[in-house]
Design a protein around this ligand. Structure first.
Ligand code: SAH
Ligand code: SF4
Ligand code: F3S
Length: 448
């Protein structure tokens, strides 16, 4: 028998929770699924500072993202102290959880629970364990699908994420994802179609199919374009998007889908990362700049108005001034509707982290600024080109001003309009184009 003095300190099971997600859309998806699971267990979602359980759904992609979790933990503890309430149960989920595991509660003893991206269906058990006073940890990557153990999708806004493919086998030399998310796995056709139907029943009008290499999705010989074709048959589903794609997995069928399937939106996020073939090789990207540009040409040939987006890394180890100039040239040749760019961040365990030849921080800063200025210019030009045009806008939420609504154009631009209801798909004439958003006038309001 345990004497009262040696019994581990236990605490009541949490009644309220808050999930904070960082990182990519796949993390946002996982965050939504964890929230659904906790709600099914009877927990109520509340503001972070009021919650009995705070779940930090973390990202490990760059050092800054990974370190953020520790400052958040400190802040949560302090806020609780300041309010004179007990420290909430703190759970760390996501890619930092996977990468650092048991190291997290060692470094931050306020953490009660650590759960990886493939194990979060076990949250109820882990919470009970943490409530009994133990540090609960699960970073297994079980063969059995967590999806079978998760509750049905519910309560959706107009836009929903649906992860169809997990993990990554590409092993770009700078990237942690193959380690934090494991091997590339496609979810089966039936499971994905069922989840899409549940999302539509729960109010979704647009579904974004997600995966680190979503265009490599495959099941029993079928590809992503077959899946898109199937989902396009759902009557109440108005729009389909997918992200992120890898240049090497851009099948002919998927390119053709951009011509043939009206519900597939004219937007393609296809990261090239850099404009120098030597750097691409060192990154293990297994494509070169010329083949990437040819691919973009082929997509534009079938869908001339397609919006191209991408990701770039500046200051990869050994990147010279001339090689960075090649990135700028590639950006000019591509012409983006938007793009993300990052300073290279060495990540523990990745091959690039031990390459040496680091680019000085000041050089990286300058390169990032120049690249971002060029991309911003392209984005503004792309936005201005929509002036006077009429396009369909899916209204997603209220704007800041009374009566104002915010929606998305087919090209993923934010569009402000007056009136309309959330979930409506309305025809809008674009009247103003700014660097980051558009304004328009709604024509006829279509029935939701
Ligand atoms: N699977 C996607 C992207 C995943 S991560 C793809 O391959 O396109 C999102 C972006 O973060 C990457 O495209 C890359 O541009 C950036 N990134 C990844 N690792 C990084 C690192 N170590 N330093 C800086 N940026 C990085
Ligand atoms: Fe990372 Fe490369 Fe995989 Fe994208 S394709 S997740 S950048 S390893
Ligand atoms: Fe970050 Fe993990 Fe996504 S490292 S970018 S949250 S897959």
């Amino acid at each position: 028998m345990t004497s009262p003095s040696t019994r581990p300190p236990s605490r009541p099971l949490p009644k309220t929770f808050s999930v904070k997600s960082f990182g990519c859309q796949m993390n946002a998806y996982d965050g939504a699924r964890m929230a659904e699971l906790l709600e099914e267990q009877g927990l109520v979602a509340v503001e972070t500072d009021e919650a009995d359980l705070v779940l930090l759904n973390t990202c490990h992609i760059r050092e800054k993202a990974a370190e953020k979790v520790y400052s958040d933990i400190g802040r949560l503890t302090k806020t609780a102290q300041g309010k004179g309430r007990a420290k909430p149960m703190i759970a760390v989920a996501g890619c930092v959880a996977q990468a650092e595991g048991a190291e997290i509660p060692r470094r931050a003893p306020a953490v009660d629970l650590v759960v990886g991206p493939q194990a979060y269906h076990r949250l109820p058990d882990l919470i009970a364990e943490a409530a009994s006073g133990k540090k609960a940890l699960d970073t297994d990557m079980p063969a059995a699908s967590k999806f079978d153990a998760l509750p049905k999708r519910r309560r959706q806004g107009p836009g929903a994420f649906l992860t169809v493919q997990e993990g990554c086998d590409k092993f770009c030399t700078y990237c942690v994802v193959p380690y934090t998310r494991g091997a590339e796995i496609s979810r089966p056709w039936g499971q994905v179609v069922d989840e899409a139907k549940a999302l539509v029943d729960a109010g979704a009008r647009e579904i974004t199919l997600l995966g680190q290499n979503v265009n490599a999705w495959t099941h029993e010989g079928r590809g992503l374009h077959d899946l898109i074709e199937e989902l396009a048959r759902l009557p109440r589903l108005a729009r389909i998007r997918y992200t992120t794609s890898h240049p090497n997995d851009m099948a002919d069928g998927l390119i053709a889908a951009h011509r043939d399937i009206d519900k597939l939106m004219p937007f393609l996020h296809l990261p090239v990362q850099a404009g120098s073939d030597r750097i691409l090789k060192a990154m293990n990207r297994s494509h070169d700049v010329a083949s990437y540009l040819k691919l973009i040409d082929r997509v534009r040939a079938v869908r001339p108005d397609i919006a191209i987006s991408g990701d770039f890394i500046v200051g990869f180890p050994g990147e010279t001034d001339a090689e960075f100039e090649e990135t700028l040239s590639a950006v000019r040749a591509i012409g983006h509707a938007q793009a993300f760019s990052f300073k290279y961040s060495p990540r523990p365990g990745t091959p690039a982290a031990t390459m040496g030849d680091a680019v000085p921080a000041a050089v990286m800063d300058e390169r990032l600024q120049r690249l971002q200025a060029l991309i911003a210019e392209q984005q503004y030009a792309f936005n201005r080109a929509t002036l006077g045009k009429t396009c369909a806008v899916l209204i997603e939420r209220d704007g800041k001003l009374p009566g104002q609504r915010l929606g998305k154009s087919p090209w993923l631009q934010s569009v402000l309009i007056d009136g309309g209801a959330i979930g409506d798909l309305v025809d809008v004439t674009i009247t103003q184009a700014g660097p980051n958003s558009l304004q328009g006038e709604a024509k006829v309001l279509a029935a939701a």
